[in-house]
Design a protein around this ligand. Structure first.
Ligand SMILES: [Zn+2]
Length: 116
């Protein structure tokens, strides 16, 4: 099957829906309120994902590849749950997350932030 002229003009790195971002243009933190936003942040090349749960005293900063960072959990809590029992945030790095959102680092062995 031949690709359309339009498809050929699109460079490979732009095939995904993820918009290339420059860290200099980013806010320090951002609340994640939609699934496209969640997907874009998790697929991004920098930043941490913060999960704040009203049942916990402290929000937790996770690496983007942490096993706890799962689309279905985000949907359950934020989309289906209407964010009544928690919130998701993106932060530029774990230090900013700790300073501005009061996070602690995830301790899951599969989380790259847990190492140090
Ligand atoms: Zn984690």
């Amino acid at each position: 099957m031949k690709s359309s002229p339009n498809a050929e003009s699109v460079a490979p790195r732009y095939r995904h829906s993820v918009t290339p971002r420059d860290i200099a243009d980013e806010p320090d933190t951002e609340e994640i309120t939609s699934l496209p936003q969640f997907r874009e942040r998790v697929a991004g090349t920098f930043g941490v994902i913060v999960i704040q749960d009203v049942a916990r005293d402290q929000p937790i900063a996770h690496h983007r590849e942490c096993p706890f960072i799962r689309e279905e959990l985000f949907v359950e809590k934020i989309i289906d749950g209407g964010a009544h029992n928690g919130h998701y945030y993106w932060a530029k790095n774990s230090r900013i997350a700790a300073d501005q959102l009061g996070t602690r680092r995830c301790k899951h062995p599969g989380d790259k932030l847990s190492g140090g």
